[in-house]
Write a protein that binds this ligand. Structure first.
Ligand code: ZN
Length: 218
C-alpha cells in the first residue's frame, strides 16, 4: 500500500487526511430503526420510474442538511444513497457542492453514506466517504455520523407522507405530474426548463418544529 506523503499531491493528501482521521469503527455499518415511511416512498417512486428518482433534501438542524436518494437494489430490500453536511452555513449549496467548490467555505464536515435493508427489520447506516474542511477538527465527522444515526433511530422520518414529498400537480401551471423527479420538486419539465436552474425544496425536519413539514420552504 503506498504511503501518502505531504506535498506529493495536495488534493489527494487533504482528502486522505480526513478519511484517515476518523477511527476505524467509523466505517462499520450501524444498525438503525426500520424506516417504514422512507421504504414506502422509495417503492412509490421506483414504481413510476427506475431511472429518474428524486433527491429528497431535509434540514435536520440549523447546522445540518441531508439528502436521501432512493436507489434500485438487487440483493437488498431497500437502498438509499445519502449525503449530509454539518456547518454553521449548512444549506443546499454546500450540500450539493463539489470538494473544489467547498474550498472557501467555512468549517464543514461532510459524509456520504448508504441506508440499506436486507430485510424489513435489518436497516443499516453504512458510511461511504467523509471529508472535512482542512484544519477543521476531524472529530466533527464522527459527531456528524452520530447525529445522523440518532435522527434515523428517533424515527424522525416516519412522519414523511407521499403527499408531502410528491406533488401531483405542477405548482407553476397546474398540469398533472407523473414523473417522480417532477413530483418531488412540484414543477413539471416545461415549467422547470424555463425557470432558474435550481429551485430546490428543503423539507424542515427540525426535531421540535411544530408542523415541521407544513413549513417546507420553496
Ligand atoms: Zn407546469
Amino acid at each position: 500500500m503506498p504511503v501518502i506523503e505531504a506535498g506529493t499531491d495536495l488534493a489527494t493528501f487533504n482528502m486522505s487526511t480526513s478519511v484517515m482521521a476518523v477511527p476505524f469503527g467509523f466505517w462499520t455499518p450501524t444498525p438503525i430503526a426500520p424506516q417504514a415511511a422512507l421504504a414506502s416512498l422509495r417503492e412509490l417512486v421506483l414504481s413510476r420510474s427506475e431511472r429518474r428518482v428524486p433527491k429528497w433534501k431535509f434540514r435536520l438542524a440549523s447546522d445540518l442538511v441531508l439528502q436521501i436518494q432512493p436507489k434500485l437494489a438487487h440483493k437488498l430490500l431497500h437502498k438509499f444513497e445519502c449525503r449530509a453536511v454539518a456547518s454553521a452555513v449548512a444549506d443546499l449549496t454546500l450540500l450539493t457542492s463539489t470538494y473544489k467548490e467547498r474550498k472557501n467555505a467555512p468549517d464543514y464536515w461532510y459524509i456520504t453514506f448508504d441506508l440499506n435493508a436486507a430485510e424489513q427489520s435489518s436497516w443499516r447506516f453504512k458510511p461511504r466517504s467523509c471529508q472535512c474542511k482542512r484544519d477543521a477538527d476531524p472529530a466533527g465527522t464522527v459527531d456528524l455520523r452520530a447525529r445522523l444515526v440518532g435522527a434515523f433511530d428517533d424515527r424522525r422520518f416516519d412522519r414523511l407522507r407521499p403527499e408531502m414529498m410528491l406533488g401531483h400537480h405542477c405548482l407553476a401551471c397546474g398540469k398533472g405530474l407523473t414523473d417522480p423527479v417532477s413530483m418531488a420538486r412540484g414543477i413539471g419539465p416545461e415549467c422547470w426548463g424555463s425557470a432558474s436552474a435550481d429551485m430546490p425544496l428543503l423539507l424542515n425536519m427540525l426535531p421540535n418544529a411544530e408542523q415541521a413539514l407544513a413549513g417546507s420552504s420553496p
